[in-house]
Design a protein around this ligand. Sequence first.
Ligand code: B4P
Length: 192
Amino acid sequence: MVNLILFGPPGSGKGTQSANIIEKYGLLHLSTGDLLRNEIEARKPLGLEAKKFMDQGQLVPDEVVIGMISSKLDENQDARGFIFDGFPRTTAQAEALDKLLALKKTSISQVLSLEVPEDELIKRLLNRGLTSGRSDDASEELVKARIVEYHNKTAPVADHYAKFGKFKKIKGDGTVESTFELLSKEIDELVS
Ligand code: B4P
């Protein structure tokens, strides 16, 4: 079983590359951003609570996202592997994920971290905001708040996995296709 974490700041291409990865490798995609947006669209209490944080560029509380991932792992017992996109975003989430996977007698195979300069991240997110209708892409101020949140709370997750030799940086500022080629090289080694 191959379990990947696609890691990186907002706008680094996690969602974009996950779509390519699931198509090529048949892994099950778990994106906490997508799951939260589904809850908001369905006007569920969890979504309405999460929206307060997302609209300010802040992370949603750990217990909310950990609970969501735990349910999804239970619902998909037969998956041949998972790609975690946008999760874990804090060290507490990483520790919880490790425990949930250990209960299923598996673990994270590799963290692939998309490295993109900050000015490119801002450009991409503001560009997406022109058409996505996503409130958290709406202004430069909000986009920058998300990047600050990433540096403060999410970047330490890299050390958590680097300790186990499971963290790998991937150049993410090329085209979607060239970045996918770099990711594929790494994933091919894991699945072979
Ligand atoms: P996410 O949905 O994870 O949002 P994201 O980080 O902006 O997405 P991503 O990085 O996947 O976007 P992509 O580059 O693919 O999270 C949204 C919010 O939900 C968070 O701020 C937080 O509030 C909450 N949340 C989610 N998970 C959480 C958790 N675990 N804990 C707490 N809170 C959580 O796309 C960006 C743009 O770049 C697109 O327009 C794309 O087309 C473009 N792009 C991608 N690759 C490109 C390339 N190579 N060249 C040019 N453009 C490219």
